[in-house]
Every structure is written in C-alpha cells, then in structure tokens.
Write a protein that binds this ligand. Structure first.
Ligand SMILES: NC(=O)c1ccc[n+]([C@@H]2O[C@H](COP(=O)([O-])OP(=O)(O)OC[C@H]3O[C@@H](n4cnc5c(N)ncnc54)[C@H](OP(=O)(O)O)[C@@H]3O)[C@@H](O)[C@H]2O)c1
Length: 241
C-alpha cells in the first residue's frame, strides 16, 4: 500500500478526475473526504470508497465559499483527526472571447479555480503543521492552460496560472513544516468538463490517466519533491482517420 491509513481530502471528487483519484487513493489504503456541490455524486463516490474497505466522508461544499470550506475542513478533522493529503481538483471553465466575458463569469472562474484552492490550503495548513506524521502533501490540479495561453479561455488560463503561482509560493512556505505543495497540469481530458465539445475523444486523457502522478505526489515516494508542476498530455501519434 502506498497511502496506508492516510487521510485524503479531494475537492471536485464527485466525478471525473477527482473521482478517479479518490478511488485510486482508497485502493492504496487512504480514507477519503470527498467534496463537491452535488451531494448525490459525493455520496455515490463515498459508497464506492467504502466498498473498497476504506472510510469515506461525503461533503457538500462550494469551494468558493470560505464558510463552507471552513466547515468542510472542520468536519474532516472531527471525523478523522487530521488531514494528510489535500487535492484541490474542483474546477470550471467556459469558452468565450475575451471581450465578451461578463465580469461575473470572470470572477466566478477565479473564485472556484483559484480562490477555492487558496481557501482549502489556508484551512488545512495549521492542521497539517500539527501532523504527528510530518507534514502533508497538497496537489493542485491546474491545467496546461496554467502554463500556456489558449483562445477563448482567458479567465480559465488566468485562474490556472494563478494556481501555479499559489503552488510554488505555498511550497516555499511549507518547507519548514514538511508540507509539500505540487501541481499537475493536464491537457484535454475526456470528462464531463469537455462533454459539450465535438472532438476526437480517443486523443484525450482519461480520468484514470491522472491517477499515477497524483498517487506519486501524495505518497512518501515524493517526500523530497515540492513546488513542482507536472504536465500530462496525449503524446501519441495521430489516430488513423
Ligand atoms: N477535463 C479536462 O479537459 C481538463 C484539462 C485540464 C485540467 N482540468 C482540471 O481538472 C479538474 C477536474 O476536472 P474534470 O475534468 O474532472 O471535470 P468534471 O468532471 O466537470 O469535474 C469537476 C468537479 O469539480 C466540482 N466542482 C465544480 N465547481 C465546484 C465548486 N464551486 N465547489 C465544489 N466543487 C466544484 C464538480 O462538482 P459539482 O459541479 O457537483 O460541484 C466536479 O466534481 C478541474 O480543475 C479542471 O480545470 C481538466
């Protein structure tokens, strides 16, 4: 087991990448707190975690709301006593030309993707510092849009670049406490996130393709790794038409 009895909190854990990572962590021995807004989805994933023999805490939470984030972290501490691993995975996006982005849409994208990550880091930080097992591992799910620019995705890219800045800054602050903070930057993935887009789905990452790197960064195998950004993308040859 690579995560024996670790306590992992995953935002956006109700479907897609977050669900795949939650189930993989459970298979490796972790107990899971799974947070998202749709209670039916987090309840379902919690049931799947329990069927793998681990404990699960479903949390209905909007990551952009500090009171809800604080309550979610408090619920995890009450149930499990500590947090060893945080995966900031909740995210949204919408495709719009820059001049047509309503301010509310811009602000909501930053609030969920960037401020949500900040709020969870803020509220798990002191509990992680107190861990008897030294420190903790925080993984921010950014995007290739956090490393490059793409048309129609200005708000999304700004939020995902911000997540990288948050990652490297928090990593520096975490060093004295063995709190490691890393990010992954996936390319296009075949999840509900891109369901509306007509494209060749065979060339997209599957949700499970994000599991290996997250398991590694969460585990003690990565105990000397912090402040890093791991890019993931589909590098194979074009599929035959
Ligand atoms: N799929 C891609 O092409 C791709 C590429 C690069 C990076 N990513 C990143 O990967 C992460 C996961 O995406 P995915 O592809 O797995 O998408 P997904 O299937 O749509 O899952 C997104 C998850 O985030 C949750 N979420 C959204 N807004 C939230 C909020 N305000 N509070 C709490 N939870 C919230 C959703 O649940 P609720 O709606 O129930 O809240 C859902 O569980 C995102 O950060 C995304 O930016 C995705």
């Amino acid at each position: 087991m690579r995560l024996p009895d670790r306590i992992a909190l995953i935002t956006g854990g109700g479907r897609g990448i977050g669900r795949a990572v939650a189930l993989a962590f459970a298979r490796e021995g972790a107990h899971l707190a799974v947070a998202a807004r749709t209670s039916a989805e987090v309840e379902t994933v919690a049931g799947e975690v329990r069927r793998l023999g681990r404990e699960a805490l479903p949390l209905t939470c909007d990551v952009a709301d500090e009171a809800q984030v604080k309550a979610a972290v408090a619920a995890v501490l009450e149930r499990f006593g500590r947090v060893d691993i945080l995966v900031n995975n909740a995210g949204i996006s919408s495709l719009r030309p820059l001049h047509g982005i309503p301010l509310a849409s811009w602000e909501r994208t930053l609030a969920v993707n960037l401020t949500g990550s900040f709020l969870f880091i803020k509220h798990v930080w002191k509990p992680m510092q107190r861990n008897t097992r030294p420190g903790g591992s925080i993984i921010n799910v950014s995007s290739l849009g956090g490393r490059r620019g793409y048309p129609l995705l200005a708000a999304y890219c700004a939020s995902k670049w911000g997540q990288i800045g948050l990652t490297v800054s928090a990593a520096e602050e975490g060093k004295p406490y063995n709190i490691r903070v890393n990010a992954i930057a996936p390319g296009k993935g075949d999840t509900a996130f891109r369901a509306q887009i007509k494209e060749d789905k065979s060339r997209l990452l599957k949700a499970e393709d994000h599991v290996g790197v997250c398991l590694f960064l969460a585990s003690d195998e990565a105990r000397y790794i912090t402040g890093q950004v791991v890019e993931l993308d589909w590098f194979g040859p074009p599929t035959a038409a």
